[in-house]
Ligand binder design. Sequence first.
Ligand code: BJW
Ligand code: ZN
Length: 240
Amino acid sequence: MFESIADILIDAKKIVFVTGAGISQESGIPTFRGKDGLWRKYDSMQLATIDAFYNNPKLIWEWYEERRKNIFNAKPNPGHSAIAELEKYKEVVVLTQNIDGLHQRAGSTNVLELHGSIIRIKCTVCDFKDEIPASFESLPPKCRRCDNILRPDVVWFGESLPQDVWNQAIIEANYCDVMIIAGTSLVVSPANTLPVYAKQNNAILVEVNPEQTPMSTEMDLSLRTTSAKALPNLMKIFEN
Ligand code: BJW
Ligand code: ZN
């Protein structure tokens, strides 16, 4: 099995990764739907929708601030590093649903953040956007341009993905030789359609996930282990 992936990777010109919360699990960041997942503990509709935010902006902000601190203290794991390392040998694009910035901190240079970023803020009214300062005076923070409340620059349920990012993600999925799908349950649309675009254009699909996903039967290969174990192993084929 390993030899067949090795051949595929060595021949590939462009490799696209589609990543989700599972790739950061070994950095100590909880997933959403797994055993210790956030949506097992909290109701997603009470925390990850614009209605929930307007209902209680302070609560939502406190939740994001707690997660931001955890993410700030986390480090990229060998899965993130292996993807970054692969840029030495191949054209690599990372399409991530994660908002944690760990791919970039590991050194990946071509990352499209489909669901936004926890380190950015945007205004609920005007087009002000910025990086989050070290700390806020009070929550929810106010826009310095129009004095309305700011929100985390992330994509909640029922909201569109950033149009330019999504359009580029479809292009990347259409034009890759190999798509490696790591650490995502593939239940959230539209990100879960990316492997379909790749498959329609004859890309090889490889899944890295200890559990099955709704698309497992479409994969050319499924590695049923964690990304911090599987991805560095895959990259060993380029050594020597
Ligand atoms: C490991 C591992 C290890 C563990 N190594 N692997 C009905 C009403 C309204 C909307 C909808 C509806 N029906 C469908 C929709 C659309 C909706 C949707 O898909 N909902 C489904 C849940 C049903 N999608 C949207 O609303 C999206 N927008 C949209 O569609 O716009 C058009 C539209 C507009 C209006 C109405 C309808 C449509 C936006 C989706 C935004 C998702 N936002 C979140 C929160 C982001 C901010 C934050 O973090 O706070 O994004 S939700 C959450 O899910 C987060 C993730 O990015 C996303 C995906 O989760 P992911 O990454 O796959 O994680 P998990 O936990 O699900 O899976 C982890 C996997 O890793 C597991 O498989 C493990 O086995 C594995 N694993 N350890 C490798 N060590
Ligand atoms: Zn504003």
